[in-house]
Design a protein around this ligand. Structure first.
Ligand code: PLP
Length: 426
């Protein structure tokens, strides 16, 4: 067969880009080579609608084994009785939970997108804000932390059917117990979307949502360091039927409602090659090496926060408990967009981000989000963080100085040579 050299050349360029840059996008990471190998294999050829042991296609004996391993390992990592590893992405995982427990028009309550929430938590441009009636809570203006009093007030007044916690740009831990208490008062479900900090929760470095939240959703490609994908987990509430009735009037277990919401509810055939790669990532998470990795993420994030604070940067909430920082640049006289564009010219990738009470649009923004999971995978340690902050600061303070950008870029490229990425790929 004629080889598609064009696309392989582009992939090669992407490898070189990843190798030479400082990857500070909080939602990105570098999987192991074996995770990528498990993704690029023959299971992409297989249809397997259904679940292990209950498929709508023949020839599923091996994908059954692989998917069952992924499920068992996911349950083991988080110490939970239920996992569905089929969601194609984090957004799909959230959609499935909502389909399982909500009717169109029901009220949902989530963290405002402009204060760190995710599109799928009720944004008007997303299915969640179009199908359901979305209500929001925010963060406190002074502390930058979730305003649980506001969450409680809105919940008691509006009685949403689902309360969503978790975020894309929030550097603090969550009080899941308090949210569940509010939910119990109004008979609401709680869904924790741990897409960002899941790898830290896996190693007990942050509060566990499983005791308090009915449903926990996550991506598998951020701090979990697996392939792009999603997953739904349930803690002790999984056996609770919650009085939810099928159209035939039978009461069903929550786990079977979630399974049915993923397939056939919102998806067709599962991506069994990606599920195999999830299994490999979960195998890696169960090792001591990953425990060290997760601890190093926190050490690096804190070292980076301290270095920014020393240079007079305003970190929302004053610091971090997890893998990311949200930096409000309003005292630095530069927008988030300009900062992102300038840094990317020097091969430092961050993303512009709204900050709480932002006066700029989502396309401009007043802030940047900076995360350390990817550079921690590359092998960077606390002692490297001040140098990174020094480079970022130099460019943010002088964003139109092309000479300086070129100098920082070549310093970044030389520095990253010390931390080889996929050397096996030549
Ligand atoms: N939930 C949160 C909190 C996220 O940050 C993200 C992605 O950034 C998602 C869900 C969606 O994940 P995906 O991009 O896999 O759909």
């Amino acid at each position: 067969m004629l080889r598609d050299q064009q696309i392989f050349d582009i992939i090669r360029k992407e490898l070189e880009r990843q190798r030479k840059g400082l990857e500070l996008i909080a939602s990105e990471n570098f999987t192991s080579l074996q995770v990528m190998q498990a993704m690029g294999q023959v299971m992409t050829n297989k249809y397997a609608e259904g679940y292990p042991g209950h498929r709508y296609y023949g020839g599923c004996e091996f994908v059954d084994q692989s998917e069952q391993l992924a499920i068992d390992r996911a349950k083991q990592i988080f110490g939970v009785p239920y996992a569905n590893v089929q969601p194609h992405s984090g957004a799909q995982a959230n959609a499935a939970v909502m389909l399982a427990v909500l009717q169109p028009g029901d009220k949902i309550l989530g963290l405002n997108l402009s204060m760190g929430g995710h599109l799928t938590h009720g944004s008007p441009v997303n299915y969640s804000g179009r199908l359901y009636q979305a209500l929001f809570y925010g963060v406190d203006r002074e502390s930058g932390r979730v305003d649980y009093d506001q969450l409680e007030q809105v919940a008691l007044a509006e009685k949403p059917k689902l309360i969503i916690c978790g975020a894309s740009a929030y550097s603090r831990d969550w009080d899941y117990a308090r949210i569940r208490k509010v939910a119990d008062e109004i008979g609401a479900f709680v869904m924790a979307d741990i897409a960002h900090p899941a790898g830290l929760i896996a190693k007990n470095l942050l509060q566990s949502p499983f005791e308090h939240c009915h449903f926990v959703t996550t991506t598998t490609h951020k701090t979990l360091r697996g392939p792009r994908g999603g997953m739904i987990l349930m803690g002790k509430d999984f056996e609770n039927p919650f009085g939810i009735k099928t159209p035939k009037g039978e009461t069903r277990m929550m786990s079977s409602l979630i399974d049915a919401a993923v397939f056939p509810g919102i998806q067709g055939g599962p991506l069994e090659h990606v599920i195999a790669a999830k299994a490999v990532a979960f195998f890696e998470i169960l090792t001591d090496e990953f425990t060290r990795y997760a601890n190093q993420i926190i050490a690096n994030a804190q070292a980076m926060a301290n270095a920014f604070l020393e240079k007079g940067y305003h970190i929302v909430s004053g610091g971090t408990d997890n893998h990311l920082l949200l930096i409000d640049l309003r005292n630095k006289n530069i927008t988030g967009r300009k900062a992102e564009q300038t840094l990317v010219k020097a091969d430092i990738t961050v993303n512009k981000n709204m900050v709480p009470f932002d006066d700029k649009s989502p396309f401009v923004t007043s802030g940047i989000r900076v995360g350390v999971p990817a550079i921690t995978t590359r092998g960077l340690k606390e002692e490297h963080m001040p140098q990174i902050v020094e480079w970022i600061d130099e460019l943010i303070c002088d964003p139109d100085n092309e000479q300086k950008i070129a100098r920082v870029k070549s310093a970044v490229n030389r520095f990253m040579e010390q931390f080889p990425l996929y050397p096996e790929l030549g």
